[in-house]
Design a protein around this ligand. Structure first.
Ligand SMILES: *[C@@H]1O[C@H](CO)[C@@H](O)[C@H](O)[C@H]1NC(C)=O
Ligand SMILES: *[C@@H]1O[C@H](CO)[C@@H](O)[C@H](O)[C@H]1NC(C)=O
Length: 348
């Protein structure tokens, strides 16, 4: 998502990918959970200004919040969060230029956390569904399949043991470079199921047997080359007896509200300004569909030309991610969280 050069991007997409993708359904589901379980139940007490510790609605069943722990293990950063009564363990692998800190909002526990819209939504959904979450940062820009699989395998095993989670099923989600990485890791250590996002995996480099974990490909078919490879892998893996499925993520039209709805802290005024600017500049067509990836259209230049100012610099990354998501070529996505977590839960 941080790639700058447009032409380079076009050409090198297959090699380097920032991975991150989407979220409407999750967001709405979460809002629903928060509103129905949290705010609604708490209303009587909060209206009276009485928030007592006895209030049974204040336990973690009703309030899903970020509470990460950051650790450095032998020079590798891990960030994790365990809900009460976890039922499963989820390992998250970012894409190129990503890091574990993208998955949690900035807080006193994690000052360098960035909370990218799609990443944070995946973690919130995971916590709500009682998955203990561990994200690891790659050493380089992208994951090294050769050097890091053993490192990460050791880290996950060490952490799972330390946290007494050994009896729980282990699942993984990797996007882009993280998708290749997870597909490789799953040939070396035991997962109940995995999600390979916007990546075809490295199934040509590993020996896939019927013991390979159930694999869900979450991908953006606008990336036709990748779609072809995923189609081929689905067929090959199916024939080998692996439970496989795919979820296709399609482009979304921008609306005046789109960015405000999806980027926490971006107000409607900014969202409308940007929408109008995009329309005026021809970045979106008459139906609101982006004409190119957020990494390619010069929206940041147009924004500064127009002197539109954002709450802070991070919002450029947030907005870019959402534009990439709407264009639906190559981005992390939380929009399919329902399918993703149902996949895990039906394969525990
Ligand atoms: C909170 O719980 C304690 C012990 O169960 C009880 O004595 C107290 O009255 C409760 N307070 C309120 C405000 O319900
Ligand atoms: C850290 O490094 C030591 C020494 O190489 C190794 O024995 C240990 O397993 C590593 N710890 C983790 C969590 O990878």
């Amino acid at each position: 998502m941080y790639n700058r050069g447009a032409t380079k991007w076009q050409k090198r997409f297959t090699k380097l990918r920032s991975f991150r993708l989407p979220l409407l359904i999750t967001f709405m589901a979460l809002m629903f959970v928060v509103v129905i379980l949290g705010i609604d139940k708490k209303k009587p007490t909060s209206q009276l200004g009485l928030m007592t510790q006895n209030d049974s609605n204040l336990d973690d069943e009703s309030v899903i919040r970020f509470d990460p722990t950051v650790e450095i293990l032998n020079g590798t950063e891990i960030i994790w969060q365990i809900p009460n009564s976890p039922r499963s363990v989820l390992f998250l692998a970012h894409g190129c230029n990503g890091k574990a800190a993208n998955f949690w909002d900035k807080s006193t526990n994690c000052d360098h956390c960035v909370g990218l819209p799609e990443e944070r939504a995946i973690v919130l959904e995971a916590i709500a569904r009682k998955f203990a979450v561990i994200a690891v940062s790659s050493k380089g820009k992208c994951w090294s399949l050769m050097k890091e699989t053993l490192v990460v395998e050791r880290i996950i095993k060490w952490w799972v043991k330390k946290q007494n989670l050994e009896s729980l099923p282990l699942v993984a989600l990797g996007a882009s470079s993280g998708g290749y990485f997870v597909s490789m890791l799953a040939s070396k250590m035991k997962f109940s199921s995995i999600v390979v996002m916007i990546a075809e995996g490295v199934f040509d480099q590993i020996d896939v047997t019927e013991h390979y974990p159930s694999t869900l490909f979450v991908h953006m078919p606008k990336d036709k080359r990748r779609k072809k490879m995923i189609d081929a892998n689905l067929e090959i893996m199916r024939r080998k007896g692996v439970d496989v499925a795919e979820v296709q993520c399609l482009e979304l039209p921008l609306t005046p509200r789109f960015l405000a709805d999806r980027v926490l802290g971006l107000d409607l005024k900014n969202s409308v300004q940007l929408f109008n600017l995009f329309k005026e500049k021809g970045f979106i067509d008459k139906n609101g569909y982006l004409i190119n990836d957020g990494r390619v259209i010069p929206w940041k230049e147009a924004m500064s030309e127009r002197k539109i100012s954002l709450p802070n610099k991070l919002f450029v990354n947030y907005i870019q991610e959402e534009l990439n998501l709407a264009f639906a070529y190559h981005e992390m996505t939380s929009l399919q969280s329902l399918q993703i977590f149902n996949w895990y839960e039906s394969h525990l």
